[in-house]
Design a protein around this ligand. Structure first.
Ligand code: ADP
Length: 481
Protein backbone atom coordinates (compact mmCIF):
# COMPACT_ATOMS: atom_id res chain seq x y z
CA UNK A 1 0.00 0.00 0.00
CA UNK A 2 1.76 3.20 -1.19
CA UNK A 3 0.94 6.36 0.71
CA UNK A 4 0.98 9.81 -0.91
CA UNK A 5 0.83 12.79 1.47
CA UNK A 6 -2.24 14.29 -0.25
CA UNK A 7 -4.01 11.02 -0.91
CA UNK A 8 -7.55 10.60 0.40
CA UNK A 9 -6.37 7.64 2.46
CA UNK A 10 -3.80 9.76 4.32
CA UNK A 11 -6.23 12.64 4.72
CA UNK A 12 -8.96 10.36 6.10
CA UNK A 13 -6.45 8.78 8.47
CA UNK A 14 -5.19 12.21 9.61
CA UNK A 15 -8.75 13.40 10.29
CA UNK A 16 -9.55 10.19 12.13
CA UNK A 17 -6.39 10.40 14.29
CA UNK A 18 -6.92 14.12 14.99
CA UNK A 19 -10.54 13.58 16.04
CA UNK A 20 -9.69 10.57 18.21
CA UNK A 21 -6.87 12.48 19.88
CA UNK A 22 -9.02 15.55 20.51
CA UNK A 23 -11.79 13.38 22.00
CA UNK A 24 -9.37 11.34 24.13
CA UNK A 25 -7.53 14.44 25.41
CA UNK A 26 -10.81 16.19 26.19
CA UNK A 27 -12.02 13.08 28.03
CA UNK A 28 -8.71 12.85 29.92
CA UNK A 29 -8.74 16.51 30.98
CA UNK A 30 -12.41 16.35 31.91
CA UNK A 31 -11.98 13.16 33.99
CA UNK A 32 -8.94 14.60 35.76
CA UNK A 33 -10.68 17.88 36.64
CA UNK A 34 -13.88 16.11 37.65
CA UNK A 35 -12.00 13.71 39.92
CA UNK A 36 -10.04 16.58 41.50
CA UNK A 37 -13.25 18.49 42.13
CA UNK A 38 -15.01 15.40 43.53
CA UNK A 39 -12.14 14.66 45.92
CA UNK A 40 -11.98 18.27 47.11
CA UNK A 41 -15.69 18.63 47.68
CA UNK A 42 -15.96 15.28 49.48
CA UNK A 43 -13.11 16.31 51.78
CA UNK A 44 -14.75 19.70 52.38
CA UNK A 45 -18.02 18.02 53.29
CA UNK A 46 -16.20 15.72 55.74
CA UNK A 47 -14.51 18.71 57.34
CA UNK A 48 -17.75 20.58 57.57
CA UNK A 49 -19.31 17.59 59.41
CA UNK A 50 -16.29 17.41 61.70
CA UNK A 51 -16.63 21.07 62.56
CA UNK A 52 -20.31 20.54 63.38
CA UNK A 53 -19.41 17.59 65.57
CA UNK A 54 -16.74 19.65 67.37
CA UNK A 55 -19.13 22.56 67.97
CA UNK A 56 -21.83 20.25 69.26
CA UNK A 57 -19.29 18.54 71.53
CA UNK A 58 -17.83 21.64 73.12
CA UNK A 59 -21.22 23.37 73.42
CA UNK A 60 -23.11 20.49 74.96
CA UNK A 61 -20.27 18.47 76.59
CA UNK A 62 -22.38 15.38 77.12
CA UNK A 63 -19.81 13.49 79.19
CA UNK A 64 -18.93 16.22 81.68
CA UNK A 65 -21.39 17.56 84.14
CA UNK A 66 -19.24 20.44 85.54
CA UNK A 67 -18.17 23.42 83.44
CA UNK A 68 -14.88 22.73 81.65
CA UNK A 69 -12.50 25.29 80.10
CA UNK A 70 -12.70 25.48 76.32
CA UNK A 71 -9.10 24.32 75.88
CA UNK A 72 -9.86 21.19 77.88
CA UNK A 73 -12.94 20.39 75.81
CA UNK A 74 -10.91 20.88 72.64
CA UNK A 75 -8.17 18.60 73.95
CA UNK A 76 -10.68 15.85 74.67
CA UNK A 77 -12.16 16.24 71.24
CA UNK A 78 -8.67 16.22 69.71
CA UNK A 79 -7.85 12.96 71.51
CA UNK A 80 -10.74 11.26 69.73
CA UNK A 81 -9.67 12.58 66.30
CA UNK A 82 -7.20 10.93 63.89
CA UNK A 83 -3.57 12.05 64.25
CA UNK A 84 -3.49 13.35 60.71
CA UNK A 85 -6.20 15.90 61.51
CA UNK A 86 -5.09 19.29 62.70
CA UNK A 87 -7.09 21.57 65.00
CA UNK A 88 -6.09 25.12 65.93
CA UNK A 89 -8.17 27.63 67.85
CA UNK A 90 -7.15 31.25 68.44
CA UNK A 91 -8.88 34.27 69.90
CA UNK A 92 -9.49 37.14 67.42
CA UNK A 93 -6.55 38.88 69.15
CA UNK A 94 -4.28 35.99 68.07
CA UNK A 95 -3.97 34.32 71.52
CA UNK A 96 -3.70 30.59 71.16
CA UNK A 97 -6.38 28.54 72.89
CA UNK A 98 -5.58 25.14 71.40
CA UNK A 99 -3.28 23.24 71.19
CA UNK A 100 -1.85 24.35 74.51
CA UNK A 101 1.65 23.08 73.69
CA UNK A 102 3.61 25.29 71.38
CA UNK A 103 4.03 22.64 68.70
CA UNK A 104 3.41 22.82 64.97
CA UNK A 105 3.08 25.82 62.73
CA UNK A 106 0.07 28.06 62.61
CA UNK A 107 -1.98 27.92 59.41
CA UNK A 108 -2.21 31.48 58.11
CA UNK A 109 -5.64 33.11 58.42
CA UNK A 110 -7.17 34.44 55.20
CA UNK A 111 -7.21 38.21 54.65
CA UNK A 112 -11.00 38.43 54.65
CA UNK A 113 -13.18 37.39 57.60
CA UNK A 114 -14.67 33.86 57.55
CA UNK A 115 -18.23 34.28 58.83
CA UNK A 116 -19.04 31.29 56.68
CA UNK A 117 -16.40 28.51 56.47
CA UNK A 118 -13.41 29.37 54.23
CA UNK A 119 -11.55 26.55 52.48
CA UNK A 120 -8.02 26.53 51.14
CA UNK A 121 -5.20 24.13 50.33
CA UNK A 122 -1.84 24.70 51.94
CA UNK A 123 1.44 22.92 52.55
CA UNK A 124 2.63 22.46 56.08
CA UNK A 125 5.49 20.32 57.30
CA UNK A 126 5.89 18.71 53.87
CA UNK A 127 2.23 17.68 53.69
CA UNK A 128 -0.61 18.97 51.61
CA UNK A 129 -3.55 20.05 53.73
CA UNK A 130 -7.12 21.00 52.97
CA UNK A 131 -8.02 23.66 55.52
CA UNK A 132 -11.35 24.85 56.91
CA UNK A 133 -11.31 28.21 58.74
CA UNK A 134 -14.32 29.69 60.47
CA UNK A 135 -15.08 32.57 62.87
CA UNK A 136 -17.33 30.94 65.49
CA UNK A 137 -18.72 31.73 68.95
CA UNK A 138 -18.33 28.95 71.49
CA UNK A 139 -20.02 29.33 74.85
CA UNK A 140 -20.12 33.09 74.38
CA UNK A 141 -16.47 33.33 73.31
CA UNK A 142 -15.49 34.47 69.77
CA UNK A 143 -12.76 32.25 68.34
CA UNK A 144 -10.94 31.61 65.04
CA UNK A 145 -11.28 27.90 64.34
CA UNK A 146 -8.87 26.15 61.95
CA UNK A 147 -9.32 22.48 61.03
CA UNK A 148 -7.13 20.74 58.47
CA UNK A 149 -6.73 17.27 57.06
CA UNK A 150 -3.86 15.79 55.10
CA UNK A 151 -4.74 15.25 51.45
CA UNK A 152 -1.51 13.71 50.21
CA UNK A 153 -3.37 10.59 49.07
CA UNK A 154 -5.59 12.80 46.85
CA UNK A 155 -2.53 14.08 45.06
CA UNK A 156 -1.31 10.49 44.72
CA UNK A 157 -4.61 9.44 43.14
CA UNK A 158 -4.60 12.41 40.74
CA UNK A 159 -0.96 11.78 39.80
CA UNK A 160 -1.72 8.12 39.11
CA UNK A 161 -4.66 9.05 36.90
CA UNK A 162 -2.57 11.64 35.00
CA UNK A 163 0.29 9.18 34.51
CA UNK A 164 -1.99 6.46 33.22
CA UNK A 165 -3.34 8.93 30.64
CA UNK A 166 0.20 9.84 29.63
CA UNK A 167 0.88 6.15 28.96
CA UNK A 168 -2.54 5.56 27.41
CA UNK A 169 -2.45 8.51 24.95
CA UNK A 170 0.58 7.38 22.87
CA UNK A 171 -0.94 3.88 22.77
CA UNK A 172 -4.23 5.37 21.56
CA UNK A 173 -2.33 7.50 19.01
CA UNK A 174 -0.62 4.42 17.57
CA UNK A 175 -3.88 2.43 17.59
CA UNK A 176 -5.80 5.23 15.88
CA UNK A 177 -3.12 5.70 13.17
CA UNK A 178 -3.21 1.98 12.42
CA UNK A 179 -7.04 1.95 12.65
CA UNK A 180 -7.31 5.04 10.41
CA UNK A 181 -5.06 3.54 7.76
CA UNK A 182 -6.90 0.21 7.82
CA UNK A 183 -10.33 1.90 7.67
CA UNK A 184 -9.20 4.29 4.91
CA UNK A 185 -7.75 1.38 2.98
CA UNK A 186 -10.93 -0.69 3.35
CA UNK A 187 -13.12 2.25 2.32
CA UNK A 188 -11.00 3.10 -0.70
CA UNK A 189 -10.27 -0.36 -2.07
CA UNK A 190 -13.40 -0.21 -4.31
CA UNK A 191 -12.29 3.23 -5.55
CA UNK A 192 -8.87 1.79 -6.44
CA UNK A 193 -10.57 -1.05 -8.32
CA UNK A 194 -12.75 1.45 -10.18
CA UNK A 195 -9.72 3.61 -11.04
CA UNK A 196 -7.87 0.57 -12.35
CA UNK A 197 -10.88 -0.51 -14.42
CA UNK A 198 -11.40 3.08 -15.70
CA UNK A 199 -7.75 3.19 -16.84
CA UNK A 200 -8.30 0.15 -18.98
CA UNK A 201 -11.40 1.57 -20.73
CA UNK A 202 -10.52 3.26 -23.98
CA UNK A 203 -12.62 4.99 -26.63
CA UNK A 204 -12.26 1.83 -28.73
CA UNK A 205 -13.88 -0.37 -26.09
CA UNK A 206 -16.71 1.49 -24.43
CA UNK A 207 -18.69 -1.70 -23.80
CA UNK A 208 -16.71 -2.28 -20.62
CA UNK A 209 -18.04 -1.07 -17.28
CA UNK A 210 -16.66 -0.30 -13.84
CA UNK A 211 -17.07 -2.92 -11.08
CA UNK A 212 -20.03 -2.00 -8.84
CA UNK A 213 -19.51 -2.91 -5.15
CA UNK A 214 -22.83 -4.08 -3.68
CA UNK A 215 -22.45 -2.00 -0.52
CA UNK A 216 -25.45 0.30 -0.89
CA UNK A 217 -23.22 3.31 -0.11
CA UNK A 218 -21.91 6.36 -1.98
CA UNK A 219 -19.19 4.31 -3.70
CA UNK A 220 -21.84 2.02 -5.21
CA UNK A 221 -23.79 5.09 -6.40
CA UNK A 222 -20.59 6.60 -7.82
CA UNK A 223 -19.80 3.41 -9.76
CA UNK A 224 -23.38 3.18 -11.06
CA UNK A 225 -23.35 6.85 -12.11
CA UNK A 226 -20.06 6.39 -13.95
CA UNK A 227 -21.46 3.32 -15.68
CA UNK A 228 -24.44 5.38 -16.80
CA UNK A 229 -22.04 8.04 -18.11
CA UNK A 230 -20.11 5.31 -19.93
CA UNK A 231 -23.36 3.97 -21.42
CA UNK A 232 -24.26 7.47 -22.67
CA UNK A 233 -20.73 7.89 -24.01
CA UNK A 234 -20.95 4.54 -25.75
CA UNK A 235 -24.22 5.49 -27.39
CA UNK A 236 -22.88 8.95 -28.37
CA UNK A 237 -19.74 7.44 -29.87
CA UNK A 238 -21.85 4.83 -31.70
CA UNK A 239 -24.01 7.66 -33.09
CA UNK A 240 -20.92 9.63 -34.05
CA UNK A 241 -19.37 6.62 -35.75
CA UNK A 242 -22.62 6.01 -37.60
CA UNK A 243 -22.78 9.70 -38.42
CA UNK A 244 -19.21 9.81 -39.71
CA UNK A 245 -19.91 6.88 -41.96
CA UNK A 246 -23.18 8.52 -43.07
CA UNK A 247 -21.38 11.81 -43.82
CA UNK A 248 -18.62 10.01 -45.71
CA UNK A 249 -21.24 8.10 -47.62
CA UNK A 250 -23.33 11.25 -48.35
CA UNK A 251 -20.34 13.35 -49.38
CA UNK A 252 -18.93 10.52 -51.45
CA UNK A 253 -22.30 10.04 -53.20
CA UNK A 254 -22.53 13.79 -53.88
CA UNK A 255 -19.00 13.92 -55.28
CA UNK A 256 -19.59 10.76 -57.32
CA UNK A 257 -22.81 12.22 -58.77
CA UNK A 258 -21.10 15.51 -59.64
CA UNK A 259 -17.99 13.78 -61.02
CA UNK A 260 -19.90 11.31 -63.18
CA UNK A 261 -22.24 14.08 -64.42
CA UNK A 262 -19.25 16.20 -65.42
CA UNK A 263 -17.33 13.26 -66.95
CA UNK A 264 -20.39 12.16 -68.91
CA UNK A 265 -20.91 15.69 -70.23
CA UNK A 266 -17.27 16.00 -71.27
CA UNK A 267 -17.10 12.62 -73.00
CA UNK A 268 -18.46 14.10 -76.25
CA UNK A 269 -19.97 17.26 -77.63
CA UNK A 270 -23.45 17.92 -76.04
CA UNK A 271 -26.35 20.21 -76.75
CA UNK A 272 -26.71 23.28 -74.57
CA UNK A 273 -29.86 21.69 -72.96
CA UNK A 274 -27.76 18.67 -71.92
CA UNK A 275 -25.11 20.94 -70.43
CA UNK A 276 -27.81 22.87 -68.56
CA UNK A 277 -29.30 19.63 -67.23
CA UNK A 278 -25.86 18.50 -66.05
CA UNK A 279 -25.17 21.84 -64.38
CA UNK A 280 -28.58 21.70 -62.64
CA UNK A 281 -27.65 18.33 -61.17
CA UNK A 282 -24.35 19.75 -59.93
CA UNK A 283 -26.15 22.80 -58.45
CA UNK A 284 -28.71 20.57 -56.69
CA UNK A 285 -25.95 18.41 -55.19
CA UNK A 286 -24.02 21.49 -54.10
CA UNK A 287 -27.15 22.98 -52.50
CA UNK A 288 -27.99 19.87 -50.48
CA UNK A 289 -24.36 19.51 -49.37
CA UNK A 290 -24.27 23.18 -48.37
CA UNK A 291 -27.45 22.80 -46.30
CA UNK A 292 -25.99 19.70 -44.66
CA UNK A 293 -22.77 21.52 -43.83
CA UNK A 294 -24.87 24.46 -42.53
CA UNK A 295 -26.59 22.09 -40.11
CA UNK A 296 -23.26 20.78 -38.93
CA UNK A 297 -21.92 24.29 -38.49
CA UNK A 298 -25.05 25.37 -36.60
CA UNK A 299 -24.68 22.49 -34.17
CA UNK A 300 -20.99 23.17 -33.72
CA UNK A 301 -21.84 26.83 -32.91
CA UNK A 302 -24.59 25.76 -30.49
CA UNK A 303 -22.10 23.49 -28.74
CA UNK A 304 -19.53 26.24 -28.53
CA UNK A 305 -22.27 28.68 -27.35
CA UNK A 306 -21.28 31.02 -30.16
CA UNK A 307 -24.69 31.29 -31.77
CA UNK A 308 -25.85 34.91 -31.49
CA UNK A 309 -29.51 35.17 -30.54
CA UNK A 310 -31.07 38.60 -31.06
CA UNK A 311 -34.61 38.56 -29.71
CA UNK A 312 -37.09 41.11 -31.05
CA UNK A 313 -40.82 41.32 -31.66
CA UNK A 314 -41.53 39.42 -34.88
CA UNK A 315 -44.67 38.36 -36.66
CA UNK A 316 -44.72 34.55 -36.60
CA UNK A 317 -47.39 34.36 -39.29
CA UNK A 318 -45.37 36.52 -41.74
CA UNK A 319 -42.30 34.31 -41.33
CA UNK A 320 -44.30 31.09 -41.76
CA UNK A 321 -46.03 32.49 -44.81
CA UNK A 322 -42.67 33.42 -46.36
CA UNK A 323 -41.20 29.95 -45.64
CA UNK A 324 -44.30 28.12 -46.92
CA UNK A 325 -44.17 30.10 -50.16
CA UNK A 326 -40.46 29.37 -50.52
CA UNK A 327 -41.01 25.62 -50.08
CA UNK A 328 -44.24 25.41 -52.08
CA UNK A 329 -42.37 24.43 -55.30
CA UNK A 330 -40.83 21.46 -53.46
CA UNK A 331 -44.28 20.24 -52.43
CA UNK A 332 -45.56 20.90 -55.93
CA UNK A 333 -42.80 18.65 -57.36
CA UNK A 334 -44.33 15.79 -55.31
CA UNK A 335 -47.86 16.84 -56.21
CA UNK A 336 -48.51 17.56 -52.52
CA UNK A 337 -50.99 20.10 -51.19
CA UNK A 338 -49.42 22.68 -48.88
CA UNK A 339 -52.04 24.61 -46.92
CA UNK A 340 -51.38 27.49 -44.54
CA UNK A 341 -53.77 28.75 -41.89
CA UNK A 342 -52.18 31.73 -40.19
CA UNK A 343 -53.63 33.80 -37.35
CA UNK A 344 -53.28 37.54 -37.86
CA UNK A 345 -51.45 39.74 -35.41
CA UNK A 346 -49.35 36.79 -34.21
CA UNK A 347 -46.38 38.37 -32.47
CA UNK A 348 -43.67 36.53 -30.63
CA UNK A 349 -40.35 37.49 -29.14
CA UNK A 350 -37.85 35.80 -31.38
CA UNK A 351 -34.86 35.77 -33.65
CA UNK A 352 -36.24 35.93 -37.23
CA UNK A 353 -33.40 33.87 -38.74
CA UNK A 354 -33.77 31.12 -36.15
CA UNK A 355 -37.59 31.01 -36.34
CA UNK A 356 -37.27 30.79 -40.13
CA UNK A 357 -34.85 27.92 -39.79
CA UNK A 358 -37.15 26.11 -37.32
CA UNK A 359 -40.11 26.34 -39.69
CA UNK A 360 -37.97 25.29 -42.69
CA UNK A 361 -36.88 22.15 -40.79
CA UNK A 362 -40.46 21.19 -39.85
CA UNK A 363 -42.03 21.94 -43.26
CA UNK A 364 -39.16 20.34 -45.21
CA UNK A 365 -39.50 17.19 -43.07
CA UNK A 366 -43.24 17.11 -43.71
CA UNK A 367 -42.57 17.29 -47.47
CA UNK A 368 -39.77 14.71 -47.30
CA UNK A 369 -41.63 12.14 -45.23
CA UNK A 370 -44.99 12.44 -47.00
CA UNK A 371 -45.50 10.50 -50.23
CA UNK A 372 -46.68 12.03 -53.49
CA UNK A 373 -50.19 13.52 -53.50
CA UNK A 374 -49.98 13.87 -49.74
CA UNK A 375 -51.35 16.78 -47.72
CA UNK A 376 -49.36 19.16 -45.51
CA UNK A 377 -50.91 21.78 -43.30
CA UNK A 378 -49.07 24.63 -41.60
CA UNK A 379 -50.97 26.65 -39.00
CA UNK A 380 -50.30 29.46 -36.60
CA UNK A 381 -52.97 29.21 -33.93
CA UNK A 382 -53.77 31.30 -30.92
CA UNK A 383 -53.95 29.27 -27.68
CA UNK A 384 -54.41 30.15 -24.00
CA UNK A 385 -50.69 29.99 -23.30
CA UNK A 386 -49.62 31.89 -26.40
CA UNK A 387 -49.11 31.06 -30.05
CA UNK A 388 -48.82 27.60 -31.50
CA UNK A 389 -47.06 26.72 -34.75
CA UNK A 390 -48.35 23.39 -36.07
CA UNK A 391 -46.98 21.46 -39.05
CA UNK A 392 -49.01 18.34 -39.84
CA UNK A 393 -48.87 15.85 -42.66
CA UNK A 394 -50.51 12.60 -43.62
CA UNK A 395 -47.21 10.93 -44.43
CA UNK A 396 -45.31 7.87 -43.24
CA UNK A 397 -45.51 8.86 -39.57
CA UNK A 398 -43.09 7.84 -36.86
CA UNK A 399 -43.04 4.49 -35.05
CA UNK A 400 -43.71 4.65 -31.30
CA UNK A 401 -40.21 3.35 -30.48
CA UNK A 402 -38.62 6.12 -32.60
CA UNK A 403 -40.63 8.97 -31.10
CA UNK A 404 -38.46 9.54 -27.99
CA UNK A 405 -35.29 9.59 -30.12
CA UNK A 406 -36.09 11.79 -33.10
CA UNK A 407 -34.87 14.96 -31.34
CA UNK A 408 -31.48 13.32 -30.67
CA UNK A 409 -28.61 14.34 -32.87
CA UNK A 410 -27.95 12.13 -35.89
CA UNK A 411 -31.01 10.02 -35.18
CA UNK A 412 -32.86 8.83 -38.26
CA UNK A 413 -35.48 6.14 -38.14
CA UNK A 414 -34.75 3.02 -40.17
CA UNK A 415 -37.68 3.83 -42.45
CA UNK A 416 -36.32 7.28 -43.31
CA UNK A 417 -32.74 6.02 -43.66
CA UNK A 418 -33.81 3.74 -46.47
CA UNK A 419 -35.26 6.62 -48.43
CA UNK A 420 -33.50 8.64 -51.11
CA UNK A 421 -34.65 11.86 -49.55
CA UNK A 422 -33.74 12.78 -46.03
CA UNK A 423 -30.85 14.43 -44.36
CA UNK A 424 -28.38 13.92 -41.63
CA UNK A 425 -30.63 13.51 -38.62
CA UNK A 426 -29.63 16.95 -37.32
CA UNK A 427 -32.71 18.99 -38.24
CA UNK A 428 -34.91 18.21 -35.23
CA UNK A 429 -31.98 18.56 -32.82
CA UNK A 430 -31.49 22.11 -34.15
CA UNK A 431 -35.27 22.74 -34.05
CA UNK A 432 -35.40 21.67 -30.42
CA UNK A 433 -32.53 24.00 -29.52
CA UNK A 434 -34.21 26.92 -31.34
CA UNK A 435 -37.50 26.26 -29.50
CA UNK A 436 -35.62 26.11 -26.22
CA UNK A 437 -33.90 29.44 -26.94
CA UNK A 438 -37.33 30.99 -27.48
CA UNK A 439 -38.71 29.51 -24.22
CA UNK A 440 -41.04 27.51 -26.47
CA UNK A 441 -41.89 23.84 -26.13
CA UNK A 442 -41.78 21.45 -29.08
CA UNK A 443 -43.94 18.30 -29.25
CA UNK A 444 -44.83 15.64 -31.75
CA UNK A 445 -47.91 13.44 -32.20
CA UNK A 446 -47.51 10.63 -34.66
CA UNK A 447 -48.14 7.01 -35.46
CA UNK A 448 -46.86 4.73 -38.20
CA UNK A 449 -48.55 5.65 -41.50
CA UNK A 450 -51.02 7.92 -39.76
CA UNK A 451 -49.16 11.18 -40.37
CA UNK A 452 -47.31 13.44 -37.94
CA UNK A 453 -48.04 16.74 -36.24
CA UNK A 454 -45.19 18.83 -34.86
CA UNK A 455 -46.25 21.71 -32.62
CA UNK A 456 -44.18 24.51 -31.15
CA UNK A 457 -45.82 26.62 -28.41
CA UNK A 458 -44.45 30.14 -28.05
CA UNK A 459 -45.27 32.37 -25.09
CA UNK A 460 -47.58 35.22 -26.07
CA UNK A 461 -46.40 38.75 -26.69
CA UNK A 462 -48.59 41.84 -26.43
CA UNK A 463 -50.31 42.57 -29.73
CA UNK A 464 -49.72 45.52 -32.03
CA UNK A 465 -45.99 45.76 -31.50
CA UNK A 466 -44.01 46.89 -34.44
CA UNK A 467 -40.86 44.94 -35.21
CA UNK A 468 -38.88 48.12 -35.85
CA UNK A 469 -40.28 50.20 -33.04
CA UNK A 470 -39.64 47.86 -30.11
CA UNK A 471 -36.16 47.42 -28.74
CA UNK A 472 -34.92 44.13 -27.39
CA UNK A 473 -34.37 45.53 -23.92
CA UNK A 474 -38.00 46.69 -23.61
CA UNK A 475 -39.20 43.28 -24.72
CA UNK A 476 -36.97 41.63 -22.22
CA UNK A 477 -38.77 43.60 -19.52
CA UNK A 478 -42.16 42.62 -20.89
CA UNK A 479 -41.22 38.98 -20.76
CA UNK A 480 -39.31 39.16 -17.50
CA UNK A 481 -36.33 37.56 -19.20
P1 ADP B 1 -33.44 14.18 -41.12
O1 ADP B 1 -32.36 14.96 -41.67
O2 ADP B 1 -33.23 12.72 -41.15
O3 ADP B 1 -34.78 14.59 -41.61
P2 ADP B 1 -34.35 15.23 -38.62
O4 ADP B 1 -33.61 15.48 -37.36
O5 ADP B 1 -35.01 16.41 -39.23
O6 ADP B 1 -33.35 14.51 -39.58
O7 ADP B 1 -35.44 14.14 -38.32
C1 ADP B 1 -35.08 13.00 -37.57
C2 ADP B 1 -35.96 11.82 -37.94
O8 ADP B 1 -37.30 12.09 -37.51
C3 ADP B 1 -36.07 11.61 -39.41
O9 ADP B 1 -35.00 10.82 -39.88
C4 ADP B 1 -37.39 10.89 -39.51
O10 ADP B 1 -37.22 9.54 -39.24
C5 ADP B 1 -38.22 11.51 -38.39
N1 ADP B 1 -39.13 12.56 -38.88
C6 ADP B 1 -38.99 13.88 -38.76
N2 ADP B 1 -40.06 14.54 -39.28
C7 ADP B 1 -40.91 13.60 -39.73
C8 ADP B 1 -42.19 13.62 -40.36
N3 ADP B 1 -42.81 14.75 -40.64
N4 ADP B 1 -42.75 12.44 -40.68
C9 ADP B 1 -42.13 11.27 -40.41
N5 ADP B 1 -40.92 11.18 -39.80
C10 ADP B 1 -40.31 12.33 -39.47
Amino acid sequence: MRLYPRSLRVQLCAWYVALTMICMSALGVFSYLYLRHALASSREQTMQKRENRLLRYVREEPHVKVATPLSESLRRFGLASPDSDLLQVYTPAGVKIYPELNVGLRVAWPASPCQIPCFQVTTLGGHNLRVLQHDVVINGQEVMLTMAGVIDEHYDILRTVRNSYMIFLPLMLTASIVGGLVLGHRALVPVDRMTLAAHSISIHDLTRRLPVPQTGDEIQRLAETWNQVLARLESAVAHLTQFTSDISHDLRTTITVMLSTAQLSLRRERSSEDYQEALKTVVHECESTTSFLDDLLALARIDASQQNVELAAISLSSIIWEVAEHLRPRAWLKSQTLEAQLASDAWILGDPALVRRLSVILIENAIKYTPEHGRIKVSVLRSEEGLKLEVSDNGMGIAAEDLPKIFDRFYRSDASRNRDEGGSGLGLAIAKWIAHTHTASIEVRSGEWSGSTFSVSFPVLETGLDERSVGTSKLKTLFHL
